[in-house]
Design a protein around this ligand. Sequence first.
Ligand code: INS
Length: 337
Amino acid sequence: MTLNFGVVGAGGIGKTHIERLMQRVSGATVTAVADINVEGTKSYLQEKNWAIKVYETDTELINDPEVDAIVVSSWGPAHAGTILQAIEAGKYIFSEKPLATTAEDCQRIVDAEMKHGKRLVQVGFMRRFDEGYVQLKEAVDSGLIGEPLLVNAQHFNPTVPDSYTTDMAITDTVIHEIDVLHWLVNDDYESVEVSFPRQTRNKFGHLADPQIVRFETKNKIALEVQVFVNTQYGYDIQCQVVGENGVLDLPEFSTVRLRKDFKVSTGISEGWNRFTRAYDTEFQAFVDTIQEKGQPAFPSAWDGYVAAVTADACVKAQTSKQRELIVMPEKPAFYQE
Ligand code: INS
């Protein structure tokens, strides 16, 4: 059976999801798109030669009986409204990060889903599906390096627009590490501190860049994330796990190796298309798990909630300059993998 998707929000990322669902994910198709820019969306779909319905509002799309699953790729503050309506209608949901922009809204989504009685939501934290992170996790889980003690991570972007603010280093950027690192070491966060080292001259005045975010887990693992979004040289993601008996590094993103002009070189990604394949794999898992089990795969709405609570503590730590505790309720049995 083919799963019919409705995509809410046809901006940059929304379009990449429409294309992946139409061209690369098996057992899936897109039957409707909702975007306030109706005309622009229509002409994009015409150019692609895809006969897909276009709605102006998420409500019309959610109520379309032909739509089985919703992709939420509108801007963050609109997510909660769409997701709550979709849960009410009993539709499956693939939500881009953030699940919602406040922990309270994430909590509302979790409550609505539990009331509905089965999981409907999967969050687009695609790094869990990246081949490199999957290998890293398998190595950690196998006990190869003993217990993990330290994690050193770097999240570097070439540059960011003027609209990018200091808190977005957490809510838009480190949010990926927030999700993936505790999953990687099978632990929960306990506290966080943020510091601001020497600042780059290649940034807007209003932005603090780089920043260092230091987490401690319940088992006292020290996880450090360096976030630097104006590196000028590339989109570079590094992650190292130091254990009792050895060190594991995330495999390098690779392109063909070129030998030319007395040099050997490989490319560095320019943007988050570094994770294109990871997204393909995550969407395929969403479709396959729904077909097999009637519920989507993980990360779940609970993971979206955990990320929001953790991000709130990080943003607080940015201004308090102190160690902030990350306090989370017990994970309900409903969300156990
Ligand atoms: C983007 C995206 C990227 C991240 C950027 C962020 O929204 O999530 O993966 O590197 O910093 O602005």
